[in-house]
Design a protein around this ligand. Structure first.
Ligand SMILES: *[C@@H]1O[C@H](CO)[C@@H](O)[C@H](O)[C@H]1NC(C)=O
Ligand SMILES: *[C@@H]1O[C@H](CO)[C@@H](O)[C@H](O)[C@H]1NC(C)=O
Ligand SMILES: *[C@@H]1O[C@H](CO)[C@@H](O)[C@H](O)[C@H]1NC(C)=O
Length: 325
């Protein structure tokens, strides 16, 4: 989505300038019945750009407020053959939806994923519960997209089909609160039935870029790889994650639990694709181990340090989920 990426970059800049108008709270019990809704604005899938020679597909969508201004801009990118699934396997690639600063957001994080094979978009958002102080809600939902694809000059793009009267379709994604178990569990059988996801926070990465290198073909050196904190939304475990040395842009790292944890975690970050794979390993009472993985496309913003060839990249909190929700 070439135009969309521009507006996305603009939206990000605006979001940084404005103090967040987000109240970031929703009722988790009672009145809404744990059901929410987002209206989809523009949605666009772009096949690989032949001039870039990278085979990356890009999907972008905007989520609108009730007054129909774009509230969040969602962007994801992956090798086209993955069709939205990490390495074409069973993990959806989750991408961050970034708050535009226009209006009032009620969520702390919003993420989306697309199963392009099935043309299904998934959405997940987290928020503070306005009716239960100190607790967090997670709501998930999906929508099936009926798209119209156009191919021209070796490139293709798809947008939602117009209605029979030629107008834009009304697209709403209904989401529902994911129930949180009253007790954390120590059995793998119970843990595997829970929906697992994480919040990635305090993302930081530094590298040097050779002057004159183009953004599409950057020449990076002294790349630290990412460090970040990880919080499991299923069991509340927190980790601090540090990379080991990278090999050809791939960083493998381990995560240190902040207290006596029943699980361990590690990660792989592919800096070419900006793909973060998180794995959490459970040691349970009833079976030897349970390994759960989730994948996020990290669109961290990188900024040149004043008068230096060094860049620092940071990101707001990003929610990374596991499979289909
Ligand atoms: C995708 O669609 C196929 C065929 O309709 C279905 O069998 C499959 O379960 C779907 N996959 C997901 C992840 O929903
Ligand atoms: C599909 O796209 C073509 C080309 O942009 C357009 O002329 C046509 O009206 C679209 N059809 C639908 C159903 O959206
Ligand atoms: C949670 O644990 C308490 C104490 O062990 C127990 O009484 C209660 O029934 C459990 N609740 C659920 C939903 O399992």
């Amino acid at each position: 989505m070439r135009n969309g990426l521009l507006s996305y970059a603009f939206a990000t800049a605006v979001a940084l300038l404005l103090p967040s108008g987000a109240t970031a709270a929703r009722p988790c019990g009672g009145s809404s019945g744990g059901e929410f809704q987002y209206r989809l604005g523009d949605v666009r899938y772009d096949g690989p750009d032949p001039s870039k020679n990278n085979d990356l597909a890009t999907i972008a969508a905007s989520l609108q407020s009730s007054s129909q201004t774009p509230l969040y801009e969602c962007v994801g990118q992956w090798p086209e053959v993955w069709t939205g699934w990490y390495e074409g396997g069973s993990n959806l690639v989750w991408g961050d939806c970034i708050f535009t600063g226009a209006g009032t957001g009620q969520d702390e994080t919003v993420s989306f994923a697309v199963d392009w094979e099935n043309k299904t978009m998934y959405l997940a958002h987290t928020f503070a519960c306005s009716d239960q102080q100190g607790s967090q809600g997670l709501a998930t939902g999906s929508i099936k997209l009926d798209v119209n694809c156009t191919t021209a000059d070796d490139s293709s793009y798809c947008v939602p089909k117009t209605t029979s009267s030629g107008t834009r379709p009304n697209l709403n994604i209904a989401t529902k609160l994911v129930p949180v178990p009253a007790n954390t569990t120590s059995t793998c059988a119970a843990a595997s039935k829970q929906y697992q996801s994480w919040k990635v926070e305090q993302w930081q990465r530094r590298f040097k870029m050779e002057p004159g290198a183009s953004p599409t073909n950057p020449k990076l050196s002294a790349d630290t790889g990412p460090s970040f904190t990880l919080t499991s939304t299923a069991n509340g475990n927190t980790f601090s994650c540090l990379p080991s040395e990278g090999h050809e842009g791939i960083f493998v790292g381990s995560c240190k639990a902040s207290d006596a944890s029943t699980t361990t975690a590690d990660f792989v970050f592919d800096s070419h694709l900006n793909m973060l794979k998180i794995s959490e390993h459970w040691k349970c009472d009833d079976s030897p181990t349970l390994d759960i993985a989730g994948v996020g496309y990290m669109q961290a913003a990188c900024e040149r340090v004043f008068n230096s060839d060094e860049f620092t990249c940071t990101s707001g909190a990003v929610w990374v989920g596991t499979g289909v929700v």
